[in-house]
Design a binder for this molecule. Sequence first.
Ligand SMILES: [Mg+2]
Length: 183
Amino acid sequence: MKTLAIDLDDTLVDTISVLLDWIEESRGFRVDAARLATYQLGADEKQTMEIVNGFYDAKAHHNLSANPGAVAGCAALANAGFRLVVVTARKPETAALTEALVERLFPGAFSEVHAVGHHPDKVRALRRVGARLLIDDNARQIRRAADAGVPTVLFGDLPWNRDFAWPRRAAGWTDVVAMAHSF
Ligand SMILES: [Mg+2]
């Protein structure tokens, strides 16, 4: 059975729109396009991490919903015999909350959820789960996985990955389902 490793935030789930609204409500500023292009949500990297970490404990986290087509896409892949595993760079401390989110939005679709943290990358987890393919919106994770020999699909047309030249891109979940079969 082929295992697909799929990123959570902004790949399976539309995180950024909820996160940006929450930042505006809780901190009083709207992240502008220039910052979004580098995924710098705060004044610097430290504040960005502080904001993202605070979001997991916020009520707004419960407002997250699946990206368009993701629920049907995952069901189609599971029906086609793929084993689906979430590999997210969320911190290990968020594991329970993250598993609950995946189960709420994608009941029964994923056999495992791995919250591996930001550093250094997802490669160790990808090897452990025997990933045949990584689907992720994060260009750094995609490059590192590819360097480690794991095939990749860069997901979405997002401010932080739009200018990243990569041979295999999925504009949305219809593309993901179609592309997964060639791995
Ligand atoms: Mg992501």
